[in-house]
Ligand binder design. Structure first.
Ligand code: NOJ
Length: 659
């Protein structure tokens, strides 16, 4: 009797096609609904970048949201909203895209509704799933996300593996796509056989597992959302939306570095963050790595009142505005990885008088960077979070470096991945609470960057990749030539550069001295540690330290100049609010000659170039300390020919010639 009603609701889906082009018309996204199933393709200049790729979400105890769909309506608009950053690589960010919003409904079953929102920029595409409130259900267990990124399997990718004990801290490997049968992290940077570059990533990751990627049964890359310990990918409540799925597109590798889509897909800050100030700092840290001091209590304890006073004096003499103190509180004795469970974040060790240290730092105009090593014991940390921030705030401490060492987190009594929904939720909670206390963060062992620092600029940086602490055998010179094209597309990193004691037997560094300076320019970071002990800066190479003193951590404008992934990288940046330009270049284990055409970034006028470069004899293995420091007066009509030694680099400061 109700056959007619059934026919009305269970009507066959109608095929549909939609397309949306970037403002310059070169990047094009095509959406196809065929037999009730949704897929998309992406091209640039008429050449295929992403082949037919399926969309959908799998939900527990329900049909996946991927079939029997029909388009209810669609809306297009163009947005051009440049914006100003609080700090970062550029003061002004262009944000110009065309948007297609497609409202969909199932034609059978629960008749669920969802929206696909696509944005196409001149340098990439992004989309997300949005689920409005529905009459038939309000809570969901996401068991999988079925988003494909079907690129040519013969393309090459630079990957780090996902679900590994050291989180993101791995060396990148170059591999054909067809070998990505195990999950890898994003940003996943890819060179297609047609020579275009892509980087697949995500933006605005909140309260959901991070997206990793692996090949599916059709040999297409597919989202693999980090699961919770019970296997569910995420538990969500409607209305809900996924993070943005992002595909950055570039003609040349070096153009990827200019991509700001991830930041653009995040919301502007909802409150005033003008109190946030980027910071360069020294650290009671490297001395522990080379065995002079210890994190643990004892004769060689590092973070003592006495050492803190010495380092504060050094900050003042060297003109470095901040100081990190690790190992100041209890929890470091014995097996610190296990003891982290009991750490108290307000209890200094007996030889560290934090209030004396804080007073002395304030008298000397030095910002202290507090440290919280949680060892991933989130339950313990969260139970003290507010007290711990309060403690630092009461001492006038405005910066914290939290650490989450350990292969898993303990959250709500379970072992969870750092990158799971519960991990993501914790990092967010800590960040928002820090904002309330006007505290800035430099998160070690973090969740990857997805541009949320646009909304929460107090997230000044992360140390979420293999950094210099892995030197002494586990870092090759090519690593720093891969990061700008991969990890750093997700945001800045505290790489802990500036080691001058390169030949130390305990931690030998695969770098020349000039390269240690270059890293301050090639790796952007709102907080950056000049990581060596002050005596190496003051007594051994004060002439080279001058560059570390002069280089800012906040930029007006960034101009990537040259680069080949894993081989070399050169970038120019203008200091924020200044007339000074800084250029840094790094190479892999082979030497490189480069020609710097100053017209590509330098404005009119005469500039004094202070050049720090490798000599013809420098070599990261046999002769790392050889450096040439010279000055030249140059204009934008000039070129600078530079030689980068194996494992080497260069750094140049251009300041206007005084009349
Ligand atoms: C491991 C981190 O990698 C290192 O940088 C830090 O010093 C120690 N944890 C202690 O927090």
């Amino acid at each position: 009797m109700f056959k007619w009603l059934e026919r009305l609701f269970n009507r066959p889906t109608v095929d549909a096609e939609k397309k949306i082009f970037s403002p310059d018309g070169r990047v094009r996204l095509f959406l196809t609904l065929r037999a009730g199933h949704l897929s998309y393709t992406v091209s640039k200049d008429g050449r295929e970048l992403v082949k037919k790729s399926s969309l959908g979400i799998a939900i527990s105890s329900m049909q996946p949201l991927s079939d029997h769909l029909s388009v209810v309506r669609s809306v297009e608009r163009e947005v051009n909203e440049p914006w100003e950053t609080v700090w970062g690589e550029d003061r002004l960010v262009a944000n110009h895209y065309r948007e297609l919003t497609v409202y969909l409904a199932e034609t059978v079953g629960l008749k669920r509704l969802f929206t696909m929102r696509f944005r196409v920029f001149d340098d990439g595409v992004a989309f997300r799933y949005e689920l409005p409130p529905q009459p038939s259900f309000s809570r969901l267990e996401i068991t999988d996300e079925l988003t494909e990124f079907n690129v040519d399997v013969n393309a090459v990718a630079w990957k780090i593996p996902a679900y590994q004990p050291d989180r993101y801290e791995y060396n990148y490997e170059k591999t054909p796509i067809y070998e990505l049968t195990e999950s890898v992290h994003t940003p996943l940077t890819i060179r297609l056989p047609n020579k275009y570059y892509l980087s697949i990533h995500e933006a605005a990751l909140y309260d959901y597992g991070e997206m990793t990627l692996k090949l599916d049964e059709w040999k297409a890359l597919r989202s693999d959302i980090t699961p919770l310990s019970d296997g569910v990918r995420a538990r969500v409540e409607l209305p809900w939306q996924t993070p943005w799925r992002v595909i950055m597109v570039a003609d040349r590798a070096v153009d990827l570095v200019k991509n700001r889509i991830t930041l653009n897909l995040n919301d502007p800050p909802r409150e005033d963050f003008s109190w946030v100030k980027p910071l360069k700092f020294l650290g009671i840290w490297w001395a522990m790595f080379v065995g002079e001091w210890t994190w643990a209590a004892g004769e060689r304890h590092g973070a003592t009142t006495e050492h803190a006073f010495e380092y504060i004096d050094a900050c003042r003499r060297l003109g470095v505005p901040g100081l990190l103190m690790e190992g100041w509180n209890n929890g470091w004795d014995g097996d610190w990885l296990k003891n982290g469970k009991y750490t108290l974040f307000t209890q200094p060790m007996p030889d560290c008088d934090m209030s004396k240290v804080a007073t002395y730092a304030a008298q000397n105009g030095v910002e202290l960077v507090g440290h919280h090593e949680t060892v991933g014991f989130v339950d313990n940390y969260e139970s003290q979070l507010e007290t711990a921030y309060n403690y630092y705030a009461s001492l006038g401490i405005k910066y914290i470096k939290p650490g989450y060492a350990g292969s898993m987190m303990m959250i709500q009594g379970s072992r969870e991945f750092h990158h799971s929904q519960l991990g993501v939720r914790h990092y967010q909670k800590a960040l928002e609470l820090a904002a309330k206390y006007h505290i800035c963060l430099d998160v070690h062992e973090p969740i990857k960057g997805t541009g949320i620092e646009r909304t929460f600029p107090n997230l000044l940086t992360r140390e979420g990749a293999r950094g210099q602490e892995y030197e002494g055998g586990a870092l090759s010179p090519s690593h720093a030539c891969i990061l700008p094209f991969t990890r750093l597309l997700a945001g800045g990193m505290d790489y802990t550069p500036g080691i001058f004691d390169l030949t130390n037997g305990t931690k030998r560094i695969s770098s020349t001295l000039a390269r240690q300076l270059a890293l301050f320019v090639t790796i952007p970071s709102g907080m950056l540690m000049a990581a060596d002990r002050p005596r190496f800066y003051e007594k051994v190479r004060p002439d080279a330290f001058k560059f570390i003193h002069d280089v800012p951590v906040n930029w007006e404008k960034t101009v990537p100049l040259l680069g080949s992934i894993g081989e070399y990288y050169v970038v120019a940046r203008q200091g924020r609010g200044t007339d000074e330009w800084f250029v840094g270049g790094v190479t892999d284990e082979t030497s490189h000659k480069i020609r710097l055409e100053l017209k590509n970034f330098l404005p009119d006028g005469e500039f004094v170039a202070e050049i720090y470069r490798d000599s013809e004899l420098s070599h990261y293995r046999d002769n790392p300390l050889d450096i040439i420091i010279e000055q030249k007066v140059l204009t934008k009509g000039d070129v600078l020919d530079l030689w980068l030694a194996p494992g080497g680099g260069f750094a140049v400061r251009f300041s206007r010639k005084k009349l």
